[in-house]
Design a protein around this ligand. Structure first.
Ligand SMILES: CC(C)(COP(=O)(O)OP(=O)(O)OC[C@H]1O[C@@H](n2cnc3c(N)ncnc32)[C@H](O)[C@@H]1OP(=O)(O)O)[C@@H](O)C(=O)NCCC(=O)NCCS
Length: 146
């Protein structure tokens, strides 16, 4: 497994994974537009030339919000999300960011377990943040020294 920065060739596979993994997915155009956003850093995990996972982020004034993370259902529980998040934190740190924040559905047990295992703490809760279905979001964050 190889982690690299997302490029144009990865976009259709990332958009396909969005559709597979989320009830309210980003469109292919929205994913592609992140390539032209100077605030964005998206990483993909590839295996045998195919994208098996990705993570997307945007940074403003040294503070980063995670847009999304997903791993193909056939590739889960092999440490791919953990590796993507670890590499994201490394690269953000080099760019001067000191915090990574994210929202997660409060019923998303696997994702919450992943974030807790990587040292994220709960910062707050947003009522009815999600649609399809409507659900509260937990706000989690992880800070580091730079
Ligand atoms: C959440 C998700 C990205 C995890 O990807 P993954 O590659 O399977 O995660 P990893 O293998 O790196 O797991 C790392 C740790 O997270 C925890 N974890 C991950 N999936 C878990 C599950 N289904 N149940 C319990 N703990 C889980 C475990 O602590 C795991 O370590 P372990 O396998 O040694 O026990 C994946 O399940 C996914 O794509 N889900 C759908 C999309 C999604 O919900 N994204 C989050 C949006 S906020």
């Amino acid at each position: 497994m190889n982690i690299t920065r997302m490029n144009e060739a990865h976009v259709p596979q990332v958009a396909a994974l969005e559709k597979l993994c989320f009830s309210d997915p980003w469109s292919e155009n929205s994913v592609a537009s992140e390539l032209n956003n100077p605030l964005s850093l998206w990483l993909v995990a590839e295996e045998n030339g195919a994208v098996c996972g990705y993570v997307g982020s945007q940074t403003v004034m040294g503070e980063t919000d995670m847009m999304n993370i997903a791993v193909h259902p056939d590739c889960r529980r092999r440490g791919i999300a953990c590796a993507l998040l670890g590499e994201l934190v490394n690269q953000l740190s080099e760019c001067g960011s000191h915090i990574l924040r994210l929202e997660v559905r409060e019923s998303n047990v696997p994702a919450i377990a992943l974030y807790k295992s990587m040292g994220f703490a709960q910062l707050g809760l947003r009522k009815n943040y999600y649609r399809n279905p409507k659900e509260n979001a937990l706000i989690l964050g992880k800070e580091w020294e730079i």
